[in-house]
Ligand binder design. Structure first.
Ligand code: HEM
Length: 407
């Protein structure tokens, strides 16, 4: 957790108690976000970025007002220029570049393609749980939440799983590149160095793949690059790095925060155990109740009015997904964790053109990891009520010790 600039802890401070870098906000962002949503739903931060906290406003930002991720002159705000590996990822592009890049990989992430991975994900989860079963205790992150999505995305991309130790720290640190306007220079430098290390790693890997193309995603991207008109060499590098980071940094949080929420709500845990068919709606509720991504950013491409406040063209606006997901105007009793909640149209995966490409994969991994854990182990108990947050920018625990009894 980066604390260098953390100052805000009270609702009266300049950040309204919602400074993303404040450890207190990370520990529990929901009371502060609720206050903002009620009292100041269209809020300007001390660094000039706007924040929207009501569900209807976030939906409008993502779907209805003219907006993109770059300014109208094509400049990308918020991502440091030196973080070149990240600037070319599809998440940092507007159409037509965004459309072209997303289309190149989207076939691998369709519901049908992801459903075909089910048996493989189940095997990986079973192996993870088998390794700890006799111990009666595990670290949910190191033993399950990290290895499952990272093994899956490595296999999809064609990255050797054995190299995981090398890049896990880099991928976590590189996520800070997404929050450059907030960060002190030493943190930007850390993100830049991590991005460079990932770049060097992938350059070698791409060279090795080029000599021996197969049917993995990296080979598919290399073929598109070699065809000449669809993907440049630096775009190829950025998509590979971006997909690796996006593919597991967030899902660790879905599984970690999800297990934590279930264990802290024993009646809901018992309900899931009694009705395993509720696993899909359980995962939706985990994403709504405590999702790994608190906000997503857009840049307005025309002036837009939100609740009487005019936000100017080219202003950066954060859609506060975590606040929208607890808006009582949409979710009755929003602070209640209810695994059978229906409807549950949460915004944990964002929305519009950049809606998470990996949502089907994340859901499959979450359902199998959490569903199997609950089925196999009983008497789940967290070792501590306090969460040790991880090394990335996201809302993802670094450790989550859990005791259990094998069933
Ligand atoms: C629980 C896990 C995950 C969460 C909560 C999550 C959330 C998000 C969010 C909020 C965005 C930005 C959406 C927006 O701005 O509207 C996003 C984009 C993206 N996600 Fe995920 N994600 C998850 C897992 C994954 C996985 C497993 C992959 C697989 C590679 C993935 C790939 C992507 C990609 C490629 C984008 C950029 C899409 C674009 O710009 O068109 N994500 N994700």
């Amino acid at each position: 957790m980066v604390t260098t600039q953390a100052t805000a802890t009270t609702p009266d401070d300049a950040w309204g108690g919602c400074n993303p870098l404040d450890p207190a906000f990370r520990a529990d962002p929901y009371p502060g976000l609720a206050r903002l949503r009620e009292r100041d739903p269209v809020n300007r931060t001390p660094i000039g970025i706007w924040r929207l906290t009501r569900y209807a406003d976030v939906i409008r930002l993502l779907h209805a007002v003219p907006a993109g991720v770059r300014m109208t002159d094509g400049v990308l705000p918020g991502v440091d220029e030196s973080l070149s590996n990240q600037r070319l990822f599809m998440l940092q592009q507007d159409p037509p570049t965004h459309t072209r890049l997303r289309r190149l990989v989207s076939r691998a992430f369709t519901p049908r393609a992801i459903a075909a991975l089910r048996a493989n994900v189940q095997r990986i989860v079973d192996e993870c749980l088998e390794r700890v079963a006799a111990r009666g205790e595990m670290d949910v992150i190191a033993d399950l939440a990290l290895p499952v999505p990272s093994t899956v995305i490595c296999e999809m991309l064609g990255v050797p799983v054995a190299d995981r130790e090398r890049f896990t720290v880099w991928t976590a640190q590189a996520t800070f590149g997404l929050a450059a306007p907030l960060l002190p220079p030493e943190v930007i430098e850390m993100a830049r160095a991590a991005g460079m290390s990932l770049g060097a790693y992938f350059e070698d890997l791409i060279a090795a793949h080029r000599a021996n193309l197969s049917d993995d995603l990296l080979s598919e991207l290399i073929r598109a690059e070699e065809a000449g008109d669809r993907l440049s060499g630096s775009e190829l590098l950025s998509q590979a790095i971006g997909l690796l980071i996006a593919g597991f940094e967030t899902t660790i949080g879905l599984i970690g925060n999800g297990v934590r929420a279930l264990v802290r709500h024993p009646a809901e845990l018992a309900k899931l155990r009694a009705q395993p068919g509720l696993v899909a709606s359980t995962i939706e509720e985990c994403l709504r109740y405590d999702g790994p991504i608190v906000l997503t950013a857009r840049v307005l491409h025309a002036d837009a009015e939100f609740r009487g406040t005019m936000i100017p063209r080219n202003a950066m606006v954060w859609g506060m997904l975590a606040a929208a997901n607890r808006d009582p105007a949409v979710f009755p009793e929003p602070d209640r964790f209810d695994i059978a909640r229906h409807p549950n149209e949460h915004l944990a995966f964002g929305g519009g053109a950049h809606y998470c490409l990996g949502s089907h994969l994340a859901r499959l991994e979450g359902q199998i990891a959490i569903g199997t854990l609950v089925e196999r182990f009983a008497d789940l108990a967290l070792e501590s009520e306090t969460v040790e947050w991880g090394a990335s920018l996201f809302r993802v625990p670094g450790r989550l010790p859990l005791r259990f009894r094998p069933r």
